[in-house]
Ligand binder design. Structure first.
Ligand code: G6Q
Length: 559
């Protein structure tokens, strides 16, 4: 890629405010009509609702029928997507246009999972050739480490991999290694250190042996404070046990910054590069996925890429009406804009996806947690909802209470595999039963009359029935999506991640925000630098407010 120039080359004219568009106004009118809709009635009135509001793609199945919408709602939403230029902007992203306007960068994570034959050339640079050259190096390295040809300095095979990175250089690799633990190499234990909190590094170092540990310093910029401090600490720890000449067998780096890697003391031959057009939270497909490739092997890493590519192809080619990422985005947009839902809960009914909600939290909230449009004007509607969640069935015994009976309506994405990777068939039946029962319960609820009838059948007195019935009533009519796959495999996981990436992209286009920058993380970093020097130096904190001054004084007194 050529260096960014000062002038963005994004080819689209500024968008009108969302609320000024004809299709948004049509949706506002429709939302008034839809206000009293009950999901129970929508299902009762239409036997074809399930086949009509479901879609298959890339090994995934999406059921969005348990949302408070109908075919007309979807037609209006797809009209809005067209009016906002979703298809043209999608094509611009795939072609390498600099759609990240505030950083003047292309957004090409899709090129990382495209076959070599796709031959994508951007600004005269053969992107596909660059991507596949690095993939070849990842293949050779992972085969050497996994096969035992790559030895530690004292001649022993590697047993532990410590990935040092944060944010996009941590969340993706960590989530994927956990999700694909069934495919992991039996000799290799994976560790992830991200937090600048020394407890994180301390816990990892306590579990590994310097003779058989490989550290991967994963940082796009190679300047991130947390990662640099963790990498220095790991290096110093390692050098307490081994000579400097041993570093090359135990430290590799993944970055775009060769010079900083050289200065750190890692041999550039042990550096796996990527490019400025890979955003941190979209980087698991790049060499940032080195820990994944080491864990599951290059073949399965390629399957992960292939699943994502299959979803890319679907996203690029399917009409919006049958386009899974677009539909997921439009349904979420409807819930956010017209039902006023301020948060979305992610509920994987698969223990190995336990880190998936945290991964999506960054993907969605760092991408679309914005309040100005691409041209800098305030967005005239709410944008990204809060994303949170945890595994089913655990969540059912904790916060599902609020989801069922609380005052806020929170849409839920249920995610499950139809077949397990274990042999405990009774567990799997119970798991799926809970998943489907929850979405049914959120949809149907339980009316006051139904509760009364139940209590009466149990023989309660009238007084007790009236006392208890309001507490046992469920309003229902609460929206959810269900995403199913046959098995959780590298391929279906790749498709699932890409599904949410493109969903995020489509919503960003609807709101007209730049989904690919993250200026909101900067201010705290700058202030932390200043406070760190006050904590470690002798300077008295005088520049802050009384709260911050007081807290700094307490920390200094505790030293
Ligand atoms: C993601 C963000 C952010 C980034 C981290 C780590 O999109 O940009 O989470 O990944 O701040 O950055 P480095 O990889 O440069 O250390």
């Amino acid at each position: 890629m050529s260096q960014p120039t000062s002038q963005p080359t994004f080819p689209f004219a500024p968008q009108p405010p969302l609320t000024a568009t004809a299709s948004y106004q049509a949706l506002e009118e429709h939302a008034v009509e839809a206000e009293d809709w009950q999901l129970r009635s929508l299902f009762a009135a239409d036997a074809g609702r399930f086949p009509g509001l479901t879609v298959d793609a890339a090994g995934l199945f999406l059921d969005y029928s348990k949302n408070r919408l109908d075919a007309r709602t979807m037609a209006l939403l797809t009209a809005l997507a067209r009016e906002r230029g979703v298809e043209a902007q999608r094509d611009a992203m795939f072609a390498g246009a600099r759609i990240n306007t505030t950083e003047n960068r292309a957004v090409l994570h899709t090129a990382l999972r495209a076959p070599r034959a796709s031959a994508l050339v951007v600004d005269g640079q053969d992107v596909s050739a660059d991507v596949h050259a690095v993939l070849e190096r990842v293949r050779a390295f992972t085969e050497a480490v996994r096969g035992g040809a790559w030895l530690g300095h004292s001649g022993k095979p590697i047993t532990d991999i410590v990935n040092i990175g944060i944010g996009g250089s941590d969340l993706g690799p960590k989530m994927v290694c956990l999700a694909l633990r069934q495919y992991a190499h039996p000799r290799l234990a994976m560790h992830f250190v991200s937090n600048v909190d020394g407890h994180d590094m301390d816990a990892a170092l306590a579990r590994v042996d310097p003779e058989t540990t490989l550290f991967i310093v994963a940082s796009k910029t190679f300047t991130t404070t947390e990662t640099m401090m963790n990498a220095q600490t790991a290096r110093a720890w390692f050098l307490q046990h081994a000579p400097e000449s041993a570093l090359a067998r135990h430290f590799v780096a993944v970055s775009t910054n060769t010079e900083a890697i050289r200065q750190f003391g890692i041999d550039p031959a042990n550096m796996f590069p990527f490019w400025d057009w890979v955003g941190g939270r979209y980087s698991v497909w790049s060499a940032i996925g080195l820990s994944v490739a080491l864990c599951v092997g290059f073949g399965y890493f390629q399957d992960l890429l292939a699943g994502a590519h299959a979803m890319d192809t679907h996203f690029k080619e399917a009409p919006l009406e049958q386009n899974m990422p677009a539909l997921l985005a439009l349904v979420g947009f409807w819930n956010r804009q017209f039902l006023g839902c301020g948060s979305v809960s992610i509920a994987p009914y698969h223990q190995d996806l336990s880190r998936f909600p945290a991964y999506l939290q960054q993907l969605d909230m760092e991408s679309n947690g914005k309040r100005v449009t691409k041209s800098g004007a305030p967005v005239d509607t709410p944008t990204c909802p809060v994303i949170w969640g945890d595994c089913g069935t655990n969540g059912q015994h904790a916060y599902f209470q609020l989801l069922h009976q609380g005052t806020d309506v929170t849409p839920i994405d249920f995610i499950a595999a139809l077949r397990p990777a274990h042999e405990y068939a009774n567990h799997h039946a119970a798991l799926l039963a809970n998943c489907f029962a929850q979405s049914e319960a959120f949809m149907k609820g339980k009316t006051l009359d139904e509760v009364r009838a139940d209590l009466q059948a149990q023989g309660l007195s009238l007084a007790n029935i009236e006392r208890l019935a309001p507490h046992k009533t469920f309003p229902g009519n609460r929206p959810s999506n269900t995403i199913l796959m046959e098995y959780l495999t590298p391929y279906t996981l790749g498709a699932l991640i890409a599904l949410y990436e493109h969903k995020t992209f489509v919503q960003g286009v609807l709101w007209d925000v730049n989904s690919f920058d993250q200026w909101g993380v900067e201010l705290g970093k700058v202030l932390a630098k200043r406070i760190e020097s006050e904590l470690t130096g002798s300077a008295l904190p005088e520049l802050h407010d009384s709260s911050t001054n007081g807290l700094i004084a307490m920390a200094k007194a505790a030293v």
